[in-house]
Design a protein around this ligand. Structure first.
Ligand code: ADP
Ligand code: MG
Length: 353
């Protein structure tokens, strides 16, 4: 028999727990910036600027012209599970905000160094706030700023050795992923201007994304991908069930791209960018039958009632469960088949004009 003593069960040190959990909210550079951009959108911003220093390794910041943060919230701003967006569990069914878990700022504190500069319309000056790794406010200083918020994160992952190494090793790839993520928000957000730039070493600042923030999906597609891509697309509207439909744009038959480019397929649920590998697979599979070895550009928004899907599957909120996935996929398959089997003109609706 094994004679080793039964080990003691002890609680994990709180700051270690915080770091462990934060690593699930903030997976990489793009998930960090995704959280900040979503906060800016939740704050009603019409201009969002993302600046990176050395591809985000040294620091990154998100500057918005949203409502700002009121001084009464400064102390609790970066505390775990503190949010202005969700009060009750049932609110999850009727979410109108991107955020709801109150974890992003607290996680960024755990994994890097967070400062926030903010001003609401009720203040004449802005305040620069500095937080420690546990999310406590440690310094407050008056500054000058327009109404809105700037969040800066320095040295992300410096205290997660493996993640930090991975981040530095894949820095260019991470950057590409970020740009395609920002494309998703630039496509779906109506009337929001996005600018993203990076300053690497002694090089001048390079702007990778600069959109005007138009009023429709169509106009956003034109600003993000250009007129040539837009004219290769058809507008689609697929009925999934009584209260659920899919709207957006797909490549016309034979006009897809040669390779499966991840930065040409975007999926949304009620305007929220999400990962939908199964939908992507289906779209590709059916499209392939119409035009050999070509992949479609796909920009599809699932318009569903609140209770029909669960967004709270993973801490980064990118994964979704549909309450009736097999019927959603079945109806989508039928709809796509109909679009691609004929050059069915009835799907080429001009409702996005
Ligand atoms: P969540 O978005 O889930 O509420 P976060 O940790 O991302 O959690 O943000 C915490 C709170 O800080 C938000 O609920 C919001 O009140 C405030 N906040 C964060 N970023 C901004 C911003 N850019 N503008 C205004 N308020 C913000
Ligand atoms: Mg948030």
């Amino acid at each position: 028999a094994d004679s080793s003593p039964s080990p003691m069960i002890r609680p994990i040190n709180r700051s270690v727990v915080h770091r462990i959990c934060s690593g699930q909210v903030i997976l990489d550079l793009s998930s960090a910036i995704k959280e900040l951009v979503e906060n800016s959108l939740d704050a009603g911003a019409t201009s969002i600027e993302i600046n990176l220093r050395d591809y985000g390794e040294e620091h990154f910041q998100v500057i918005d012209n949203g409502c700002g943060i009121s001084p009464t919230n400064f102390k609790v701003l970066a505390l775990k599970h503190h949010t202005s967006k969700l009060e009750d569990f049932t609110d999850l069914q009727s979410l109108t905000t991107f955020g709801f878990r109150g974890e992003a700022l607290s996680s960024l504190c755990a994994l890097g160094t967070l400062t926030v500069e903010t001003r609401t319309k009720n203040e004449t000056v802005a305040t620069l706030l500095t937080f420690d790794h546990s999310g406590l406010l440690v310094a407050e200083k008056k500054t000058a700023r327009q109404i809105g918020t700037t969040v800066t994160v320095r040295n992300l992952f410096s205290n997660l050795p493996v993640r930090s190494k991975e981040f530095k090793r894949n820095i260019r790839k991470e950057y590409g992923k970020l740009v395609s993520l920002l494309n998703a928000y630039a496509l779906i957000a109506k009337g929001v201007r996005f600018v993203c730039s990076n300053t690497a070493g002694k090089n001048p600042k390079s702007v990778v994304l600069n959109t005007q923030g138009r009023g429709s999906l169509k106009d956003n597609i034109i600003t993000v991908f250009g007129m040539n891509t837009f004219t290769s697309l058809q507008a689609v509207s697929i009925c999934i069930s009584d209260d659920c439909r899919v709207e957006g744009f797909l490549s016309k038959p034979g006009q897809g791209t040669g390779r499966n480019l991840a930065d040409r397929q975007y999926f949304f649920i009620n305007g929220r960018p999400v990962d939908m590998p199964k939908v992507s697979k289906l779209v590709n599979e059916l499209y392939k039958d119409t035009s050999s070895r070509k992949y479609p550009v796909a920009i599809l928004d699932f318009i569903v009632p609140g209770g029909a899907c669960d967004l709270n599957v993973t801490p980064d909120k990118r994964k979704v469960f549909f309450s009736d996935e097999s019927s959603v996929m079945g109806s989508l398959r039928e709809g796509l088949n109909e679009i691609y089997s004929s050059s069915n003109a009835s799907y080429i609706v001009n409702r996005f004009e």
